[in-house]
Design a protein around this ligand. Sequence first.
Ligand code: G3H
Ligand code: ZN
Length: 309
Amino acid sequence: MPLVRSKEILLAALEQRFAVGAFNANNMEQVQAIVEVAQEERAPVIVQVSQGAIRYAGLEFAAGMVKIAADLVDVPVVLHLDHGSSFEQNIRCLRAGFTSLMFDGSELPYEENVAITKRVCEIAHAVGIPVEAELGRVLQFAPGVTEEEVKRAMTDPEQAGEFVARTGADSLAVAVGSVHAMRERRARLDIERIAAIRRRANLPLVLHGSSGVKEEDLKEAIQSGICKINVATYLNQAFTRGLKDGLAKHPDEVDPRKFLAISREYVKEAVREKIRLFGSAGRAGVGGGLRPGSARHPGTQLEKDESKE
Ligand code: G3H
Ligand code: ZN
């Protein structure tokens, strides 16, 4: 079915206490793996295009793959911009048919983050597309990163309430103990902080950097208000393991499809594990019919405009 937007799916997840898997994809095999498993598990799913994916595959190519994959299944698939780096990039993604945006102003001074997020929201909302914002900062893993640094970058619950009220963001990425790109699951989440943010900013909360978080913490976080969980490194690890195993098993093979098919299978199993862990299996019904162009939101001309591109 055509792409759907993230808003109603995340609100349903918040209410029903599960989380939607938001999986980063950089190539065709990863897109196929994510969407095929969503179909098999009857789960709504978010496919994310990161800054690296845009540099690697190009915006139109990345978006095109996800649109095609979504058309081949009958579960809700969202095309989301991950860590949108500027106002302009968000607008380019709107035009390219993304059904969910993100402006990441977490490295900017607070007032600048407010101002740009608000501007992105105003424009995206005019065509019915929701926007994720970020407050506090989810750090990038590096050997020297200390617990102190992670703590200092955490989201202030009080400020989160004000930020959401001023910007109109539809969901909020929060810094609560996770760190991007960890290869082992040893990060602990500040569950109390998640609950405190939720009390002040009543909207779907997003967890970034989930690959390095302990499973029990992910489950508790979902109970406290996290309803979108981003996964990238864990899938890349699975993909690369598939390549290595394939090369080791067939050292004389020259057809790359032999290796890529193994990678795709490994990614599928990683996605399945996460979808089940997040409780989104069997929830495909939550986003049905709520896509740009449907009568229930203002972006009624979007599909028509897209067909011209
Ligand atoms: O935005 C993407 C995610 O936050 C992914 O983080 O690579 O640690 O899973 P991860
Ligand atoms: Zn992230």
